[in-house]
Design a protein around this ligand. Structure first.
Ligand code: CP
Length: 312
């Protein structure tokens, strides 16, 4: 693997899931692969899981890790030919080349603005680093994609499924703030690679990008969608058509024990209790969110392993 910007950088999804599950059983079996190799992680935004699990994954492979909270560094410029007489102090052209001298792999988290759809869709932060860096780039959640989370979710479903083709439902939930589409986008894209019966449910006005959803069934009746589900993945996202707007905070869309039925409850975390999902779900045996978060390590580890193997 040359880099991991989106899930289509995975050549064989079932095989990488299998390999991640093997790494989970023997996490230190490739400890020498990352000797004298450094992962630099750049955070433009907050993180708990991605930050710690990716660092753990890199260390399991014997890598050194350096972390930069980019808001503590210089404000970066991304436009070509700009007169930099305002707030930006350093161009990404220099920054990416400089960091490449300290790193063998660069991992980046950079959320969208949720105000300029076309600019967010251009993925200018991660794509600028990809263009100017001389080392592989890993996406730790960009404007429109969270491929490490999606790989985690696929690993979790593969481990826990009790039938060959489980019914998986992605259900929108209310949230007080406008959130990105990255997790939902990557989850849908990843589920299309697995042998699952996928459907999506959300209120009117919350359609995801049609280029991603394509022919996946979409329901505006949440109860109809949830019938006989094996896995229910709950996530808020802001409107995509009225870009970045919160059109509904309807509490009737919160996930409850009654609505969940016998399904496993999935969420990428962090989650707002009794807003997105009620306590009774999160505190039940049906919730697999802690197992999901554990699998973040092995998703990151299998991706870093593939990239390190390609560096040799
Ligand atoms: N799921 C996830 O990416 O968690 P963090 O934002 O805490 O990294």
């Amino acid at each position: 693997m040359k880099y991991y910007i989106d899930i289509d950088n995975i050549q064989n999804v079932p095989k990488i899931i299998e390999e991640a599950i093997e790494l989970k059983k023997k996490p230190y079996s490739f400890k020498s692969l990352g000797t004298n190799k450094t992962l630099v992680m750049l955070f433009f935004n907050s993180s708990l899981r991605t930050r710690l699990s990716t660092e753990k994954a890199a260390k399991n492979l014997g890598m050194d890790v350096m972390i930069l909270n980019v808001n503590d560094a210089w404000n970066l410029e991304y436009e070509d030919g700009t007169v930099m007489n305002l707030n930006t102090a350093e161009h990404v052209k220099e920054a990416a080349q400089v960091i490449s001298q300290y790193a063998d792999v660069i991992a980046i988290r950079a959320f969208p603005s949720l105000t300029d759809k076309e600019k967010d869709k251009s993925e200018f932060v991660i794509n600028s680093f990809k263009r100017y860096a001389s080392v592989p780039i890993v996406n730790m959640e960009s404007a429109m994609a969270h491929p490490l989370q999606a790989l985690t979710d696929a690993i979790t479903i593969e481990e826990l499924k009790q039938k060959d083709k489980p019914k998986v439902v992605l259900s929108w939930a209310p949230h007080p703030k406008a959130l990105p589409h990255a997790v939902a986008n990557s989850f849908v894209s990843m589920m299309k690679e697995l042998d699952v019966d996928l459907s999506i449910t959300h209120p009117e006005g919350y359609d995801l990008d049609t280029e991603i959803v394509k022919d996946i069934p979409v329901y505006h009746d949440q109860n109809e969608a949830l019938k006989d589900a094996d896995f229910v993945y709950v996530k808020n996202w802001s409107s995509y058509s009225e870009y970045g707007k919160v059109l509904s905070k309807d509490a009737n869309w919160m996930m409850t024990k009654e609505k969940l039925g016998k399904a496993k409850f999935m969420h990428c975390l962090p989650v707002r209790r009794n807003m997105v999902v009620e306590d009774a779900v999160l505190d039940s045996e049906q919730s697999v969110v802690i197992e999901q978060a554990n699998n973040r390590t092995f998703a990151a580890q299998v991706v870093l392993k593939k990239i390190l193997e390609n560096l040799k």
